[in-house]
Design a protein. Structure first.
Length: 164
């Protein structure tokens, strides 16, 4: 029941609907809250939702500031924090084929194109367990990352520049 309630609230907040119910409004502001001044989505609400539905995913969208980027094995990572291990971070994951299409269309690498930009993203929100390794072997230590996986280059749109 808790999962259904959280999913419903996030869906309603993501749709931007306005409800006359105080309870509904309060729940909306606690989950996928958008900062009106900066027009960014509350990343902790997304992280909390991903934790509640783990290991499942949820289709959603949001506006994020890209503070750092990365690339591994063709996958492009757009991070909302400078340290991708920061619990507040949401990592937008662009698969290799989508990154290639994006690069063709914008005429530069996705990392350079999106860095320090505000973006509107549609994708699959999921919490991922990341294992630490030592000497090439997996240890018994891990942490969680929150990913938003995009399926198409059209799922990421520029909203504006960021000041930091």
């Amino acid at each position: 029941m808790k999962l259904v309630t959280v999913l419903l609230v996030l869906f309603l907040a993501g749709c931007g609907s306005t409800s006359s119910s105080n309870k509904s409004s309060e729940l909306q502001s606690q989950t996928a809250q958008v900062d009106e001044q900066n027009q960014t989505t509350d990343t902790m609400a997304y992280r909390n939702l991903a934790a509640v539905i783990y290991p499942k995913s949820f289709e959603t969208g949001g506006i994020f500031k890209v503070k750092a980027t990365g690339n591994k094995e063709g996958h492009v990572f757009l991070n909302t924090q400078y340290d991708y291990r920061d619990p507040r971070n949401i990592t937008i994951v662009i698969p290799p084929e989508v990154a290639s299409e994006l690069e063709e269309n914008v005429k530069m690498s996705p990392e350079a194109y999106f860095l320090k930009k505000r973006i509107l993203v549609k994708g699959s929100l999921v919490q991922v367990k990341v294992w630490f390794s030592a000497n090439g072997k997996r240890t018994n230590k891990y942490y969680y990352q929150t990913h938003m996986r995009v399926a198409s280059w059209k799922d990421i749109n520029l909203v504006g520049e960021t000041s930091s």
